[in-house]
Design a protein around this ligand. Structure first.
Ligand code: BGC
Length: 915
């Protein structure tokens, strides 16, 4: 046999073996839900992986993980710090690392392979890694430093810091740990450290301060090196809460930085923030989130981030004694730059102002390119909408100036963008621009937390697709490190009510597990000792009493969001961590209730529900629901969710205790708010919706309540009248009680109040109010009229879960078992959704053509699904052209309310139904 023949045989043999294995592969290795994270401070981080297979009904039967500190030794299986061997388990998400003690700063590599139920074993996955942050402060010697000069206390120009140092040996790795009071950006030798904005992020700074960890090995030089850092006021000492509050957490900006270098000869060295650093100011004259940034290019100090810069006139920094024990690693995805937009129109308003329309209400800033003389000032004002006459409208920003000023140094073309501010805008008014406004010189940049995009929804109705677009942009604009109510006016706060209402929709659109986990830690941190949960988190509202007080539907975020995250991501650890906070909220409610009724104290109620106006087309009073009726429903719902959590976590004593309480809460509700025949004291949509959604009524009274709800909706000619608390549950209640047709009517309503009314008015985000812009183009009250407020976008959850029909089985959360149950309407010819879960893609698409319905679904490997196919009986459905009972991957399980139910293994399925 000659060589050529031999290698051909080897090649085919290799091919044969690889195809035998290629059907099932491992991908998407995550540590703490992140790909190759740097800066983990948990002693037992959690590992997850995805199984990809072109076969159906694939389940993992066992796995093997190997972890080590050296890539080569991991791939060769030697010198491991964790090698538990073959573990018989179906679990592939959130596997807790249980190997040798992990060390601060160390990088760990890992691989996994699995055995499946088809008798196969996969190849080892590609290696992935995580790098530890600080498990304790041993060896962390950096000192807090502040500017060494007296700051101008009115404008507060951004201070800059620098440090020059030498490297004599070959570097094997270098890691920077950075945090600040205020915001920071850092450079090493002029190259930016990382690509995040608004770091260290917003937390309850006096209790928890995040640091970030960066692998900066590639930024160092042999010989001279320099670190440069700039600080902004940010949330720490800038205006927060309303334009009147500044210095909420303190008035000193400060930096804490340590650079740990490991040389290739094994020796180590640290460069730390200390008294050898110098400080000065540079071109940012002032910077505030609400008011914008002023940048004077004439004040630039060229080369200040480089080693060669002469800083002899800079001031030595002050050493500060700020706490370090509140430092915590960062798991939430940082804010990064995302989409960019070019002007769709540049025009002069009737008032004669030059305005650029970027076509999308977004959150971020505008980059400008200009050529002019030294001292020319370009002023950019930001606005969400134009008024009735087509003029630039900023009244709804209240006291937020939302203005960036760029002052040119003159000469060659200059490019500007701010650094420590953001604006909510679609329109920009430009003044002082040297020359004609050319679209090529203006780019709007969207900035938001870099959460993975996980959801897709599309249907045959263009307006609903625009609604989905608006929901997603509402999320992008308001998920800038914390979930805010709005991104544009002098508010931008983590309102708990808005966040809970939108949390489930948010979890479809994007991966919000780490984003919300971070915010929930601040919620626990800011929760009163009495258990009350503040209205906004981080809590920066002025205090009117020394006791924290809670409100229904707002403070309930403490319970609702952890539970929603548990359902969506199967994150039991998070549920366990939040459990004490959940429980103390319920205990607070028990304390303020009398005879099991929560009927005292301040309440927001069904915030911004429909209120009848003069010349109202309907002959009805406003839809205001008794605030304490609403509160009682939320009290019951949160208690119910706490019971569910206690069941999951095995706290049986609590299950018993709170089940008894729940019974009393519901009894008290019936006595106080329901007539013996089932009429509620508030005859509003929200009252019936909440009573039904939270099972406040005994079974026998429910049908009448449903009838009353439908009657109410008809009275309003298929318009909704619900506010922040009723809206998220409205369509769910209708579809749950067999009236999806009414939900579709509401969904498709185009006149006010409805979801599509703003869409018809040209909205590109979700509005705060149903009638932010009235049909005659006048505005709602400027004091509260945001055009980017996600709360009403909570309908997105219904689009995914009910219309497209993707849900998780509550007893197998995180989509370990999906429930696919689409609801079609003949008003649509198609709807399609997909969701990236930790296991892989779940999708559901239906289409109606020629009296036939097709349903295409995808279920990821290592999961199963209960599929509800809208069909009268088994015989009217086929899968892949075959009768259902002949398909081996489907187990039929009867039919119910117009659905044929089958249990499906993983894979893709094509169902055809004769309608
Ligand atoms: C915010 C809301 C918030 C509300 C509380 C408003 O100012 O914008 O979204 O939930 O106050 O009532």
């Amino acid at each position: 046999m000659n060589f050529c023949k031999l290698s051909l045989i080897t090649f085919f043999l290799a091919l044969a073996t690889s195809t035998a294995f290629s059907q099932t592969k491992i991908s998407n290795l995550l540590c703490e839900n992140l790909a190759n994270p740097v800066g983990i401070d948990k002693s037992h981080p959690r590992l997850s992986w995805q199984i990809v297979s072109d076969q159906r009904s694939v389940l993992q039967t066992a796995y093997e993980i190997r972890v080590g500190t050296d890539l080569n030794s991991v791939t060769s299986g030697t010198d491991l710090v964790w090698s538990p061997g073959r573990v018989l388990s179906e679990e592939s998400v959130h596997i807790i690392y249980s190997g040798e003690k992990l060390e601060s700063g160390k990088k760990y590599f890992w691989q996994v392979r699995i055995w499946d139920n088809k008798g196969g074993v996969t190849n080892w996955s590609e290696p992935a890694s995580w790098q530890m942050g600080l498990l304790d402060f041993t060896g962390f010697t950096a000192a807090w430093i502040s500017p060494g000069f007296k700051e101008d206390t009115t404008l507060r120009p951004c201070p800059v810091f620098r440090k020059k140092f030498q490297i004599a040996k070959k570097v094997s790795s270098a890691t920077a740990y950075i945090t600040a009071h205020g915001l920071y950006e850092a450079w090493i030798n002029g190259k930016r450290v990382g690509d995040a904005y608004f770091t260290p992020g917003w937390t309850s700074y006096n209790k928890r301060l995040q640091y970030q960890v960066y692998d900066v090995s590639a930024l160092l030089n042999t010989g001279d090196n320099a670190i440069g850092v700039i600080l902004g006021n940010g949330w720490y000492r800038g205006y927060v809460g309303y334009a009147v509050t500044k210095n909420f957490y303190g008035d000193d900006v400060a930096l804490l930085l340590q650079l740990n270098i490991v040389y290739s000869d094994g020796t180590t060295e640290s460069v730390i923030s200390d008294g050898t650093w110098t400080s000065s100011t540079e071109a940012i004259l002032s910077s505030e989130f609400f008011h914008g940034e002023t940048y004077d290019a004439r004040k630039e100090k060229p080369g200040w981030k480089l080693p060669s810069f002469n800083d002899s006139d800079w001031t030595v920094v002050d050493i500060r004694d700020f706490p370090r024990d509140i430092l915590t690693a960062t798991y939430a995805e940082p804010v990064r730059k995302h989409e960019t937009f070019k002007p769709v129109k540049i025009f002069k308003t009737p008032k004669g102002e030059q305005v650029i329309d970027f076509g999308q209400n977004l959150v971020g800033w505008v980059q400008v390119k200009a050529t002019g003389k030294a001292g020319d000032s370009i002023i950019l004002n930001h606005a969400e909408v134009l008024d009735k006459n087509g003029n630039f409208y900023t009244e709804n920003l209240r006291q937020a100036r939302a203005r960036d000023i760029f002052i040119l140094k003159g000469g060659a073309a200059e490019t500007f963008e701010p650094r420590f501010t953001f604006h909510g805008f679609r329109y920009v008014k430009v003044s002082g621009y040297p020359g004609v406004l050319n679209p090529a010189n203006f780019t709007a940049v969207a900035l938001y937390s870099d959460m993975p995009s996980t959801g897709y929804f599309n249907c045959s109705n263009r307006l609903i697709n625009q609604l989905q677009h608006n929901i997603q942009w509402g999320q992008k604009g308001n998920f800038v490190d914390i979930p805010t109510d709005c991104p544009q006016r002098d508010e931008r706060l983590g309102w708990t009510g808005d966040a809970q209402a939108f949390s489930r929709t948010a979890a479809f659109n994007m991966g919000v597990n780490n984003f919300f986990s971070k915010w929930l830690k601040d919620l626990s941190a800011d929760q009163g000792i009495n258990g009350a949960v503040p209205f906004v988190i981080p809590d920066v509202l002025p205090r009117y009493s020394n006791q924290t007080i809670g409100a229904a539907g707002w403070s309930d975020a403490a319970v609702i969001i952890p539970w929603n995250l548990y359902l969506h991501y199967g994150d039991r650890q998070l549920l366990n961590e939040q459990y004490p906070s959940m429980k103390s909220w319920i205990n607070y409610l028990q304390g303020v209730s009398k005879n099991d009724l929560w009927n005292t104290g301040f309440q927001f109620g069904d915030w911004l529900s429909y209120r009848a106006q003069e010349n109202d087309p309907f002959d009805y009073v406003s839809a205001v629901t008794d605030k304490h009726l609403v509160a009682q429903c939320f009290y019951a719902n949160s208690t119910q969710l706490l019971i569910h959590a206690a069941e999951v976590l095995g706290y049986t004593g609590d299950v018993e205790k709170y089940t008894a309480l729940l019974d009393k809460i519901k009894q008290a509700f019936l006595k106080e708010y329901v007539t013996p025949n089932g009429r509620l004291v508030s005859d509003t949509q929200t009252a019936y919706v909440l009573a039904l959604a939270f099972d406040m009524l005994p079974e026998k009274l429910r049908p009448q309540a449903v009838d009353r709800l439908i009657e109410n909706i008809r009275k309003y000619k298929y318009h909704l009248t619900t506010g922040f608390l009723g809206t998220p549950h409205l369509c769910h209640v209708l579809s749950r009680f067999g009236h999806a047709d009414v939900a579709f009517e509401l969904l498709l309503q185009e006149t006010y109040p409805s979801w599509l009314y703003p869409v018809k008015m040209g909205a590109t985000t979700i509005w705060e109010r149903w009638d932010g812009i009235r049909p005659d183009s006048t505005f709602q009250d400027a004091g509260m009229n945001s055009f980017n407020h996600y709360a009403y976008g909570a309908i997105g959850d219904w689009l995914y879960r009910v219309m497209a029909g993707i849900d998780t089985d509550e007893s197998n959360p995180g989509y370990k078992q999906s429930i696919i149950k689409p609801h079609y309407s003949l008003k649509f010819s198609a709807a399609s959704a997909s969701l990236q879960t930790y296991y892989g893609t779940v999708s559901s698409s239906w289409k109606i053509e020629n009296k036939k319905l097709t349903l295409d679904i995808e279920i990821p490997a290592n999961t199963t699904a209960m599929v509800h196919i809208p069909a009268k009986d088994l015989r009217s459905v086929t899968e892949g052209g075959k009768a259902l009972f002949t398909v081996p991957d489907l187990q039929t399980s009867g039919s119910e309310n117009g659905y044929v139910i089958v249990k499906a293994g993983s894979g893709k399925y094509h169902f055809l139904v004769e309608l």
